[in-house]
Structures are given as structure tokens and as C-alpha cells.
Write a protein that binds this ligand. Structure first.
Ligand code: IPE
Ligand code: IPE
Ligand code: MG
Length: 249
């Protein structure tokens, strides 16, 4: 059976369970408007709210967003400090809204480099929303995929393992609570992974768009999901081996 979508409104079935997003292009969005880069980051936070809302409406179970990479510490000190302020403010202001909408918040990545008030806000926000049963929103901050793999291996060594399985790895990674991502989205026109979810991305469907993150509204997200729904996910098998409702060609 052939499934075609005539527009970009995703079907209600075959919604990706887990979407990962590299929210890129904030600086260029601001530059285009002759504004300082930080204004792009500010607008980016609002756009994240829209993505969270749309994911909730569509029944996506996990949304994991890359907010700050282990490499982003290399940016000018003023930009880094603005981003820290924005993170802290967003944690304080938005967490109640998340909680009201039954959203569970998780933050993955290093904690040591953050100022203590951010660390505290992370713990408090996670604790407040821990038992929520709707969307799990995971913010990756001071996160690097390689770092995450190393942490998992080191923790397995500490547990005394001399041989490890894929399951061991999966469970010891910081995203051990989530299924593998089905759909990976990168905004901002670059076609690279920039050290995001390296282990988990093995079979994610990749979607790259030129839209800059502050312009990535609900319609853009719908387009990405509609594109995902047209893909045939074979996981090494042939088309003929797939159940009919999963065949796309
Ligand atoms: C992504 O936007 C946000 C962060 C990395 C914090 P950028 O700041 O990388 O924006 P561009 O890529 O310079 O446009
Ligand atoms: C990736 O964006 C990280 C985040 C969006 C947080 P970058 O803008 O830092 O990626 P590169 O350096 O262009 O690869
Ligand atoms: Mg960038």
C-alpha cells in the first residue's frame, strides 16, 4: 500500500515517538535583522515553546533538544554568559507551564561547569515534573555525544564490567530513559551532527532544513514529521519483509 500526503499536515498515525532537534541558526537569524546574536537566542527560546506545544498535540512522547554543546564554551565569554542567563530564566519562568501541561523535564550533559543557581534550578525543575506522564522534554546542555559515551564506559568500568553489551551501553548513557530517536532534525542549513546523540542516532531518520531555528514554527515541524512519515524504515531488511503498512515504495 502506498501512503501519500498531499500537504504538510502529518497523519495522526506513525508519529515519531522520539524527536531530536539541533536548534541551529539563532545567530544568523539575528544578523539578518542587524541585531546582536543574543536576540536570536531569545527568539529561539520562544520557538522551543511552540515546538513543545506541537509535539504535545501530536502525541510525540520524547523531544530532545540540543541547547548548548561541550564545544559551545569556546564562544565569546559575553555570549556564553548571556546563554547561561537565558537558561536560568527559562528554567525559572517556564517550568510551571511545563508542569501544568503534564510535561516531564530532563536535562542531560555536564553540570559542574554551570553556576550553582542553574544547577539548583535544574534539580528543582526535574524533581517538580518527575512524575508527569505527558511529553518528556530533554534539554541537552553542556552535552557532547562523545563525552556521554565515555561517561557510560567509565561508569561500566567502575561497576566492574570486563565485557559490555549494547544494552549496558544504552542504559548507562544519559538518555537511557528514552527510546532511540526516530527523527533527527537540524535547522540552520548545516548538514552535520555536531556531536549530538552519537550512539542513539544509528537508525534515526535525518532531516536537514535551511530554516533558521527562530523561524522553525509549527508548520516547519509538521513538514519534518510529514517527511518522516514518507520514509521506509528497513533496519537492514528488504521492503518485501516489512509489514504492508510500513512499506512506502
Ligand atoms: C544555535 O544557534 C544555538 C547555540 C548553539 C547555543 P547558533 O548560535 O549556533 O546560530 P548560528 O549557527 O551562529 O547562526
Ligand atoms: C550545535 O550548533 C549545537 C547547538 C545547537 C546547541 P553549533 O552552531 O554549535 O554547531 P557547529 O559548531 O556549527 O557545528
Ligand atoms: Mg550554529
Amino acid at each position: 500500500m502506498k501512503i501519500t500526503t498531499t500537504n504538510a499536515i502529518p497523519q495522526r498515525t506513525n508519529i515519531p515517538r522520539h524527536i531530536g532537534i539541533i536548534m541551529d541558526g539563532n545567530g544568523r537569524w539575528a544578523k539578518k535583522r542587524f541585531m546582536p546574536r543574543i536576540m536570536g537566542h531569545k527568539k529561539g527560546v520562544d520557538q522551543l515553546e511552540a515546538a513543545v506545544r506541537r509535539c504535545t498535540e501530536l502525541g510525540v512522547e520524547y523531544l530532545t533538544v540540543f541547547a548548548f554543546s561541550t564545544e559551545n564554551w569556546r564562544r565569546p565569554v559575553e555570549e556564553v554568559s548571556f546563554l547561561m542567563g537565558l537558561f536560568s530564566e527559562a528554567l525559572k519562568k517556564k517550568v510551571r507551564l511545563l508542569h501544568k501541561n503534564n510535561i516531564r523535564l530532563k536535562v542531560i550533559g555536564g553540570r559542574d561547569k554551570f553556576p550553582p543557581q542553574i544547577r539548583d534550578a535544574i534539580y528543582e525543575s526535574e524533581a517538580l515534573t518527575a512524575n508527569n506522564t505527558g511529553l518528556t522534554l530533554t534539554v541537552a546542555a553542556d552535552y557532547g555525544g562523545r563525552q556521554d559515551i565515555l561517561n557510560a564506559v567509565n561508569s561500566l568500568i567502575k561497576q566492574g564490567k570486563t565485557e559490555i553489551t549494547e544494552e549496558d551501553m544504552f542504559n548507562n548513557l544519559s538518555l537511557g530513559f528514552a527510546p532511540e530517536p526516530d527523527l533527527f532534525i537540524r535547522t540552520g542549513g548545516e548538514a552535520r551532527i555536531s556531536n549530538f546523540m552519537l550512539w542513539q542516532m544509528a537508525y534515526a531518520e535525518l532531516y536537514f532544513t535551511d530554516a533558521l531555528w527562530p523561524d522553525f514554527d509549527e508548520k516547519e515541524l509538521d513538514k519534518a514529521i510529514a517527511s518522516f512519515q514518507k520514509r521506509e524504515r528497513r533496519f537492514g531488511r528488504t521492503t518485501e519483509q516489512l509489514p504492508e503498512n510500513e512499506q512506502r515504495s
